[in-house]
Write a protein that binds this ligand. Structure first.
Ligand SMILES: Nc1nc2c(c(=O)[nH]1)N[C@H]1C(S)=C(S)[C@@H](COP(=O)(O)OP(=O)(O)OC[C@H]3O[C@@H](n4cnc5c(=O)[nH]c(N)nc54)[C@H](O)[C@@H]3O)O[C@H]1N2
Ligand SMILES: Nc1nc2c(c(=O)[nH]1)N[C@H]1C(S)=C(S)[C@@H](COP(=O)(O)OP(=O)(O)OC[C@H]3O[C@@H](n4cnc5c(=O)[nH]c(N)nc54)[C@H](O)[C@@H]3O)O[C@H]1N2
Ligand SMILES: [Mo]
Length: 763
């Protein structure tokens, strides 16, 4: 029997080096950093060739984030971190069958995430047989036969779960959900469940569509742009260009974040830097260093100020909305001392921001994980909706709601059916198009899928991309749950911990990435994706695949479907010969996709219908926008407890660790660091690099993680920050947001100690 591999990531060997946090983003270091990542991984010629294809009309969509492309593109339309994502996918090294002969699963599990990723691209299908210590090569045919047999043997279709990460193309995702539903289940959890699910829920209930309402052009017409709980300098660097342009058009920016993230201080556009323009732009006019979880109180304060200053659009409220009176009464009843205490801000700071908003004719509110990954994730986003609606800042130029999505096609995947809780209307339309009956019972989301695995209710767990073990909360618990599954399958490009922490039998199916040519029976194919602003467009890879054994995600779905179900539902193999056939099926199965093949061939693709943005209309049952009334969350913690948020460093893409430099925050070489307020450190008598153990507390349970190095940082008192995924073992599985069930990765109540005896259960 093989020994159980470690689920938690081991540390890298390098020592911790600290520099002063940066006050400026991008510029020359960004250029050298992107070039270095490309050059070391791909070589010079491939680097130039590849980067020239990113986000061009005839090129591929950047596999980095979901930020939209401008209409007028430069020759290099990518950012530092997009370049890293591309280099990482287009790297030369290969994880082939020989590599697996030489490395047991146990050996691989001793590698850090950074090392695992650097081993190279996966080149062949491989299988880890029950009880075996090494993966071994398997043919595509045999792999599909094994998976199909397991699927057919499951007691019911609901005993299989099909996860999706957010890089999957619209075509592959559509075919995948059609297969999963033809097989008989809605068990389609996705990364969105851990990401913007709170945004989707909050917006669906209030404005009738679970997406944002702005286009990129709106940024040039905004008076005020709020950036709340988001770190664009690292995670959406091309957004900084949009913010810079907005400032040049006169906009003011309010940044709401416990941290002074460098990207929002001063910004030098890296590509203009190359052209010799040395200008820097100060982006944030006001920074509100809110306490973790204090946003609801802050926004309540901002609403009170709008009310007091009469900055209220009564026409909009009377004709287009419901629920204003209750909302405003509730805001009036919230007292200032509570708002100040909970937000951690002064009355003057809130007043200044409130006045800016009251004078704005067009406001955009952007947000990301700092709002969604909280217990009150849905409610706090609805407070943002209240703030904008009361001034009618929706469906007009320069104004609207802007959840900034993460994975490059996470929004598209949901649009085309990766959805564990589809509405009746969605299923009806899909059923009409596909021509066979679809299951209606809602399936598992991510957290419920883990519960089901824990209860022994999952026989097959199939993952279309992603790294489930490391991305989900409560690492040890998830590892135990996955161990109960008979067969786990990962469709992947790169090695990660989910290939090591597996079910009894495990299969890896290696797939083409965005950057690579996709050739099917009818010739070269392109795929389509939807960006964060609902624009659907083409993406075509241009590089030779890094191994001839790779297959596209669509091909993998079609062959698996054919093996499992035959062609009584659809002729899967014919569909995948020419992706136009998949798109023709999408056109009749999805609202807004009419004439799909023609419209995606337009130079910039096309915008999906968005009633609030297009016509200030709302597809809620009442046909009105809804103000909502919430009580403020209880954010008090006990004496001696801290609140920890988990976040991304500059050199990672979710669980993929590109390097060990969090350049803007000045942390180098080591990832097991704990950012802490300097006064809080003095209170404990701790110096920089003090080694501490963290214990998280939830409903009487404790979780432990040892040996973190404390780094003094400008962060509100009582707040802490650590990197994802190292800190995921501390996030309790059941600590999730109301209504969206999103893990509260930004709200982990914990205590710190240097005392060994406090650690009962060890790593
Ligand atoms: N290079 C790179 N790009 C990426 C990713 C990546 O890992 N690397 N990931 C992609 C994905 S999937 C996503 S979802 C996005 C994530 O993009 P972000 O949401 O920007 O990512 P996080 O690092 O989670 O940062 C959240 C920010 O919220 C702040 N924050 C935490 N708690 C609170 C709070 O209570 N209130 C407020 N106001 N702020 C708070 C943190 O200080 C931090 O600045 O990025 C996408 N793009
Ligand atoms: N504590 C904590 N946990 C979090 C978060 C947090 O802020 N804090 N953020 C959450 C968020 S916002 C998200 S979105 C999730 C991310 O969760 P996931 O999407 O599951 O994780 P990733 O790390 O993005 O997945 C990386 C893997 O995807 C595979 N891959 C890359 N490109 C492709 C491709 O084109 N096709 C296929 N098939 N595979 C590919 C590679 O093998 C790579 O190892 O994590 C969540 N977890
Ligand atoms: Mo995400």
């Amino acid at each position: 029997m093989r020994e159980a591999p470690r689920a938690r990531t081991p540390d890298d060997e390098a020592p911790l080096a600290l520099k002063k946090p940066k006050k400026k983003a991008a510029g020359i270091p960004a250029i050298t950093s992107s070039a270095m990542h490309g050059l070391t991984k791909m070589g010079v010629r491939k680097t130039v060739k590849t980067l020239r294809m990113v986000n061009q009309k005839e090129g591929f969509d950047c596999p980095g984030c979901a930020w939209p492309d401008p209409e007028h593109r430069t020759a290099f339309e990518f950012c530092e971190n997009g370049a890293k994502a591309v280099a990482d996918e287009a790297m030369k090294a290969k994880v082939n069958p020989r590599f697996f002969e030489e490395h047991s699963v146990q050996m691989l599990s001793a590698m850090s995430d950074h090392e695992l990723n650097s081993m190279g691209r996966l080149s062949h299908p491989v299988i880890l047989e029950e009880g075996s210590s090494h993966y071994a090569e398997i043919s595509w045919e045999d792999a599909f036969a094994r998976i199909a047999n397991h699927l057919k043997a499951a007691p019911s279709p609901d005993n299989a779960v099909f996860y999706t990460s957010g890089r999957t193309s619209n075509e592959a995702a559509f075919l995948y959900q059609a297969f999963v539903r033809a097989y008989g289940t809605n068990n389609l959890p996705d990364c969105s469940n851990m990401c913007h699910e709170s945004s989707g829920k909050a917006l669906g209930q209030t404005i009738g569509i679970g997406k944002g309402t702005v286009s990129l052009e709106d940024f040039n017409h905004a008076d005020v742009i709020m950036v709340i709980g988001q770190n664009p300098g690292t995670n959406h660097p091309r957004m900084l260009t949009a913010l810079r342009d907005a400032k040049e058009c006169g906009a003011k920016i309010i940044h709401v974040n416990p941290l002074y993230e460098a990207g929002l201080n001063r910004f030098k556009h890296p590509q203009e830097y190359m052209k010799g323009r040395m200008k820097t732009t100060t982006l944030a006019d006001i920074h509100l260093p809110v306490r973790i979880g204090g946003d609801a109180a802050l926004i309540r304060g901002l609403i009170k100020i709008q009310d007091a200053l009469g900055a209220v659009n009564t026409d909009f409220i009377d004709s287009k909305s419901l629920g204003y009176d209750a909302m405003i009464e509730n805001a009036r009843a919230t007292d200032w001392p509570t708002i100040i205490a909970d937000s951690g801000l002064t009355r003057a700071e809130i007043q200044e921001a409130g006045e800016l908003l009251a004078n704005s004719k067009a406001t955009i509110a952007c947000w990301a994980m700092g709002l969604t990954q909280h217990r009150n994730g849905v409610a706090v986003i609805q407070e943002v909706v209240n703030l904008l609606l009361m001034n009618g800042h929706i469906g007009k130029p320069g104004a609207g709601l802007c959840p900034v999505r993460g994975h490059s096609n996470v929004q598209g995947d949901r649009t085309v059916g990766i959805w564990e809780a589809p509405t009746e209307a969605f299923l009806e339309r899909m059923q009409d198009g596909l021509g066979f009956e679809l299951p209606t019972a809602h399936g598992y989301d991510v957290v419920n899928a883990i519960h089901a695995m824990r209860n022994g209710d999952v026989n097959v767990f199939f993952c279309m991309g992603g790294n489930f073990v490391s991305a989900t909360p409560d690492t040890d618990e998830v590892a135990r749950a996955i161990g109960n599954v008979d067969l786990t399958v990962q469709v992947s490009t790169k090695l990660n911990r989910s290939h090591l922490i597996t079910g009894k039998t495990a299969i890896i199916l290696p797939c083409l990435g965005r950057t690579e040519l996709d050739v099917q029976a009818s010739g070269e194919q392109f795929v389509t994706v939807e960006n964060s602003m609902g624009q659907v467009h083409r993406s075509r890879g241009g590089l030779a695949p890094c191994s001839p054994a790779l297959r596209s995600e669509s091909w993998i779905v079609a062959y698996l479907a054919d093996q499992t179900l035959g062609n009584k539902h659809l002729n899967w193999l014919e569909l995948v010969n020419d992706y136009d056939a998949i798109r023709d099926l999408m056109a009749i199965s999805l609202a807004g996709f009419e004439d799909y093949n023609k419209r995606v061939r337009q130079p910039h693709g096309f915008a999906l219908p968005n009633p609030p943005r297009d016509s200030q209309s709302f597809s809620t049952p009442s046909k009105k926008a809804h103000f909502t009334t919430h009580s403020l969350p209880d954010i008090a913690v006990k004496e001696g407890q801290y609140v920890l948020m988990t976040l991304r460093s500059h050199d990672q893409y979710n669980t993929t660790i590109y390097g060990l430099h969090d350049r803007y925050r000045g942390v180098h070489g080591h990832r097991r660091v704990l950012f802490m307020n300097a006064q809080d450190m003095v209170e404990r008598g701790w110096k920089t690099r003090q080694q501490v153990n963290i214990t998280s507390h939830f409903q009487g349970e404790e979780r432990h993680a040892r040996d973190w190095l404390v780094v003094p940082y400008e962060i509100p008192r009582g707040n802490l920050a650590a990197y994802f995924p190292e800190a995921n073992c501390l996030v309790p599985l059941d600590s999730t947001a109301d209504f969206s069930n999103t893990p509260t990765s930004k709200w982990i109540v914990c205590t710190l100690s240097t005392d060994e005896s406090s650690l009962r259960e060890e790593e």
